[in-house]
Design a protein around this ligand. Sequence first.
Ligand code: ZN
Length: 376
Amino acid sequence: MATPRPCRGVFLLPVKTHRLRASDRDHGDMTIQAQLDDLHARAAASLAEVVDLDGLASWERSFLGPKGELTQVLRGLGGVPAGERPAAGRAANSLKTELSAAYDARARQLSATDLERRLAADAVDVTLPGRAPTIGTVHPVSRMIDELSDIFALMGFQTVFGPEVATAHYNFDLLNIPGDHPARDVWDTIVVDSNDEEIVLRTHTSPMQARTMEATKPPVRVVVPGRAYRYEAQDASHDWMFHQLEGLAVDEHITLADLKGVLGELARQLFGAERRVRFRCDYFPFVEPGVDFAVDCAVCGGKGCRVCKHSGWLEMGGAGMVHPKVLAGVGYDPAKYTGFAFGLGIERMVMMKYGVDDVRAFAGNDLRFLRQFASI
Ligand SMILES: [Zn+2]
């Protein structure tokens, strides 16, 4: 077993480190008065170089702060011989007062300069025009619906709205289009549910015809604006969602002449007093006879132009006398009552009136397109 070596202790003597303080430098055997004079001179020179409030704060820390040079001098007064102490104390306090006053004056000066600088930078030019608030505008389709409703209101038609989801019963059956009817394929239907009863997005606003007649007795005069849906490819003149306005009038002694009179008045209100309306035979299961109707082109006066595709006529929609089966289906006596119905494409109306050449623009969310209608 090795003999333990005697431990030679190492004694680390605490070394008193002495940080050279600002007030100690070069002062050596300088008198207090000389130290204060030196401090005074350096503080004044340093203050003259201060250009902003940050620099001033730094200056204050260096000379007046708790660790500043003057504070150190004041703390060192205890070491001054008793006879000299009162005079040294007065001199040091006097310097403190003077430097504090200089600090305050410089602070006021710099604050004023700083305020001026910020005011200059943030200056508001009151002569600049203000920013105009962005104000929305009524969509051209909504505007046309309002316009059509107003025109029809003057002719005694009430505007009603119906649900956009309909049962096949209302969308087809009550409109004389039973399930096995070949015409049912004409409407490319978007089916929502076909489990119990077929539920569809309405393919036209016509379901409201049956709903209105079920709920009221003749005379009936309503227009039904709203969205309709077809399962259909989009192009410049077809969209899978579009707006229609359906019209219906049922009473005793209503004839095709009444229909022509109402649609003629509509054309004159919309497109000008000289307009004429043309009826041609067409087929829709819920009317007999059925017609398509057109208005003569206001742009060329019927001579033919680009807007009317050189035909002189603009197609507006389909119409006809309400089929007796439709009247009977809702409990009206077809021997007593007759009526007419018509359907207009709202987008088509806007396109004709304002020269829009692509139906997709209406639901395209392009503000550049929509803004053009803001000033009309
Ligand atoms: Zn034309």
